[in-house]
Design a protein around this ligand. Structure first.
Ligand code: NAD
Length: 359
């Protein structure tokens, strides 16, 4: 198995293969880039078909975290880790402790957080052997509430701020009153987003493969229920994907009627070329890793102190970052996805130049 010549290898600083005989741990930790700070990223546990699939995933995801944190204005780099195994069958406290020890061995260059297949409880087990864990704090907030570690409220707030920025740019409207939004997936993020949009007078269409959940959500925010198939073809202003990836593909890019695509889902574009396909049809795309960075901002600020207002203020900045991307895309005649990547690389390069001149 090749690492340095791997298709997903992108000058990663460090890739560690971690093993523990007693607990059965087989994991890979990838540190993509620490130019801006220690590499923060989730611990994913998944029954990968083989080690090659796990390596491809961790290389790709860690790179994505570098870009996300850079554009979120965080002093953090990008990393990710994957544990090979079925979380329902193979997970144990001993396994998570062994993972914690592996993370600890990196001396803080990688900071672990929750991801698919791991829970706050798992991260707390890791915390028993390493302090390089984030997103688990059970601590009082400055506002008198309790911090639980759930990033979805901050993610939803960021997507809301991003939709406002996109509506202002594309529709020249400062208010959401009467703006028509289709939300795909009303889980942790989608439902909170729908509530925020409804509170501002947006008209909503919701769908979820869990029909009961969708029906309940519609009742609560006075939205119209549609099927998962119907959501793509609605005559709306905004399509907000908040379910799964690859929703912008050859089919949908050619048929969507929305003028804006802005939602929480990761990896919304099936292929990079689908950003061009949207742009050619005049559909404004809010790059996913920019608009859904509220969660990582929330986790990152927990490393400093915990103040909900401070988090919200930082998360609201996602709107300004998106506006910068939209304006530059228009000016340069590029798609928004390409511009976001360029902007992130410029931030990293600036820091790298400073470092190199200090050497
Ligand atoms: P979730 O699992 O709580 O909700 C997803 C919802 O989508 C579920 O209700 C599910 O039934 C529904 N769904 C799945 N497939 C569907 C389909 N084909 N059509 C309609 N509905 C479908 O997840 P979440 O935490 O709300 O995250 C939503 C998306 O946002 C994911 O892609 C996630 O990776 C991304 N994201 C989440 C966060 C966060 O803070 N939770 C942060 C960044 C990105």
């Amino acid at each position: 198995m090749n690492v340095f010549a791997h298709a997903e290898f992108d000058a990663h600083e460090q890739v560690c293969f971690c093993h523990d005989q007693a607990s059965g741990l087989r994991a890979i930790i990838a540190i993509h880039n620490t130019a801006l700070g220690p590499a923060l990223g989730g611990v994913r546990m998944w029954p990968y078909a083989d080690e090659a699939a796990a390596l491809a995933d961790v290389l790709r995801l860690s790179r994505g975290m570098t870009y996300k944190s850079a554009l979120a204005g965080l002093q953090l780099g990008g990393g990710k880790s994957v544990i090979i195994g079925d979380p329902a069958r193979d997970k144990s406290r001993a396994l998570m402790i062994a993972m914690g020890e592996a993370v600890n061995g990196l001396g803080g260059r990688y900071i672990a957080a929750e991801d698919s297949g791991t829970t706050v409880e798992d991260l707390k087990a890791m915390r028993d052997v390493t302090r390089h864990v984030a997103g688990i704090a059970d601590k009082p907030t400055a506002q008198g509430g309790m911090r639980t570690g759930d990033p979805s409220p901050a993610t939803a707030y960021g997507v809301y701020a991003g939709i406002r920025a996109a509506v202002a740019f594309r529709l020249q409207r400062d208010e959401l009153d009467g703006v028509r939004v289709a939300v795909q997936g009303v889980g942790s993020v989608g439902f909170k987003l729908a509530k925020r949009l409804a509170a501002q007078g947006a008209r909503l269409w919701l769908t979820d493969i869990d029909t009961d959940r969708a029906r309940l959500a519609c009742g609560e925010v006075n939205a119209k229920l549609v099927t998962p198939e119907e959501i793509f073809a609605l005559d709306v202003d905004v399509f907000a994907p908040c379910a799964m990836g690859a929703v912008i593909n050859d089919d949908t890019a050619a048929t969507l009627r929305a003028r804006i695509v802005a939602g929480a889902a990761n990896n919304q574009l099936a292929q990079p070329r689908h950003a061009d396909a949207l742009a050619e049809r005049g559909i404004l795309y809010a790059p996913d890793y920019v608009i859904n960075a509220g969660g990582v901002i929330d986790v990152a600020l927990e490393l400093e102190s915990f103040d909900v207002d401070a988090v919200n203020e930082r998360v609201a900045g996602i709107g300004a970052t998106l506006t910068e991307i939209f304006e530059r895309a228009e000016r340069e005649g590029r798609n928004t996805s390409e511009v976001a990547d360029r902007l992130a690389r410029e931030k990293l390069q600036g820091k790298r130049d400073m470092r190199e001149s200090a050497r």
